[in-house]
Design a protein around this ligand. Structure first.
Ligand code: SAM
Length: 228
């Protein structure tokens, strides 16, 4: 899978060299590139923002550098591109969207700053050939920029790509595989820690009963109740 992120802070993506995503990049399962939006400006100050039409606080990101930066990615690609415009006003990201994005050939993230990106950028690419536009929020709160949101999505999506997680079985029982369901509580050694014992059933070796217990505990946690 190709992943490109356009941002005024491409250095933000340095952590994507670490851990499982770092390995997936080494093994060429994931091809990640960060693009500096300011490379698509032509004035001495590399300006990417301007005052909002209609007045109001803050600055809005200008459409021209965004158009040129996105065009440059599209022009180099012969695949369908999923353009993910990060905005707190977008559709909320969840495991279903992560699954949908994990089938993408090329995810292109537009990471806003200031008061966000001129709305015509989304409008323009909605009618562009070979582009699907997704306006996505990672939750009902406001971040300073889209870089962290892009990294959340990249991490959730790339772990679903075959070969990224060492043991694919670990994906099978995970939280949110079904809408509203979460995984059972997990325990490891020692069996007794600070007076808290591992539930006896997990030491029984009875796999049928363990599976039943885990289902019950997952259901309790899905309802927001503590495990027992
Ligand atoms: N004025 C915007 C609003 O109220 O909807 C907020 C702009 S925010 C300060 C700057 C940028 O951060 C946004 O353009 C977006 O790219 C990113 N961002 C902030 N919160 C986000 C969220 N919950 N999900 C995704 N991106 C977010």
């Amino acid at each position: 899978m190709k992943i490109t992120a356009i941002s005024i802070f491409p250095e933000y993506f340095a952590p994507l060299e670490l851990s499982l995503i770092g390995k997936a990049r080494e093994h060429k399962i994931v091809d990640f590139k960060a693009v500096n939006l300011r490379d698509y400006t032509y004035d001495n100050h590399h300006t990417v923002d301007d005052t909002p039409y209609g007045g109001g606080a803050g600055m809005v990101m200008k459409p021209e550098p965004w158009g040129e930066a996105i065009d440059a990615v599209i022009d180099k690609s012969d695949q369908l591109i999923d353009l993910v415009i990060l905005t707190p006003a977008g559709k909320q990201f969840n495991q279903r969207v992560a699954e949908e994005f994990s089938n993408s050939a090329h995810l292109l993230f537009a990471c806003g700053r200031y008061e966000g990106i001129d709305a015509r950028v989304a409008d323009f690419y909605r009618s562009a050939k070979n582009v699907r536009v997704h306006e996505i929020s990672i939750g009902d709160y406001v971040l300073n920029g889209g870089e962290v949101a892009a990294m959340v999505i990249i991490e959730a999506v790339t772990r679903l790509i075959p070969g990224v997680i060492g043991n694919p079985d670990s994906l099978a029982e995970e939280s949110h595989n079904e809408l509203g369901s979460v995984e059972y509580p997990s325990y490891t050694k020692p069996a007794l820690w600070r007076g808290h014992a591992v539930p006896e059933i997990l030491l029984s070796g009875n796999h049928g009963e363990i599976a039943k217990w885990r289902t019950t505990q997952g259901k309790l946690r899905s309802k927001g109740e503590p495990h027992k």
